[in-house]
Design a protein around this ligand. Sequence first.
Ligand code: DGL
Length: 290
Amino acid sequence: MPGVGSLCHHGRVTAVDRTHPIAVFDSGVGGLTVLHECLVWLPHEDFVYLGDTARFPYGGRDADDLRARSLAVARRLRDDGAKMIVVACNSATSAALPALRDELGDAVAVVGTVEPAARLAAAATRNGRVGLLATPATVASGAYARTLADVDLTSVACPKLAPLIQAGGELDSRVVALVDEYCEPLIAAGVDTVVLGCTHYPLVRAVLQRALGRGVTIVSSGQAIADEVERQLTERDIENDTDRRGSYRFVCSGDAGEFRALAARSLQLPVDGVERIDIEEYVGVAGRAA
Ligand code: DGL
């Protein structure tokens, strides 16, 4: 609803309206695979991307830690006036989506990764055997197992893959060996569809496809999320004017120069500047839903 006001924890009133940006966040560069799809699909919207690089990786953290951190990030984004928050991280979505929706209430829409990706996988499988590659946090949460209850799901936790991708080195034999190791149980289980349950993994999609073979359908959440964002913008009547060209900008909690270099390689669109921001002051501060 345009013009809805929400009281932030600093006591300022933030208005949510159609001209405000959509915020997308992840622990690092993985969420850029989601931002990429959103920028292509919704070029008339403004976006702000937050990489919580000071706390990377999320994938080895426990659920309480991930919830606290995700709430802090979301409070910051809400106070900056985001009209919608896209949790472009499976680890954060798995641990924190209900808590985020509770805290942000109706004023700010929250879109997560698990449901859109699971829906695509359920539609794609022909033999009912689906594989999941994800961080230890996402696998341990059981979020995909619950959402994909009607298929035979084989899950593989990949603790080393997102850190290797985030490190930003060349795609070399180490990546291939690691991917081969993580895909092996999925091949043994005869899956015909694999969910990339971490937003970093599409950045090594070609390596994954070669390991799995061309008969396996790889599903990632990017396009499904872009569709869901559009659906919610329409439903809430907060879509920006479609005849404009939107902008996008980047913030991160760690080293800005390092993040810019990584983002420029991953996004396939120009990355002009990155601003370093502080999230610590938002940790443990209860917010107010509108
Ligand atoms: N990109 C994040 C996800 O989708 C995880 C990477 C990390 O471990 O921080 O789960």
